[in-house]
Design a protein. Structure first.
Length: 102
């Protein structure tokens, strides 16, 4: 009988050790889960920031395109105006020559 009691006590101790081992594993799993949750939050933050940066970059490109188009239009208008002025100067020189010849 005493042998059986000792055997049961030994089994109880072994089961306590097994339970403590499972508790340690559970705590480690909880810590790992908390770390994984934090990593996920960090990635979400990075993705949000990257998305905002991409949006800003797209807006910058659009603005640059608009400025380039405006600059191109202004340049074309200036070239047209230069042609008009050159033509007007040519006509003025022709008239001045006509007046000098008379």
């Amino acid at each position: 009988m005493e042998e059986t009691i000792e055997k049961l006590k030994k089994e109880i101790e072994e089961q306590k050790l097994i339970i403590k081992g499972y508790e340690k594993v559970l705590r480690l799993n909880e810590k790992e889960l908390a770390n994984a949750d934090e990593i996920i939050k960090m990635y979400e933050s990075i993705m949000s920031y990257s998305s905002e940066e991409l949006k800003n970059a797209q807006e910058t490109v659009k603005a640059t395109d608009i400025v380039a188009n405006i600059s191109r239009e202004e340049l074309m208008a200036a070239l047209d105006r230069i042609k008009e002025l050159e033509e007007a100067n040519r006509k003025l020189r022709e008239e001045a020559l006509k007046l000098n010849l008379k």
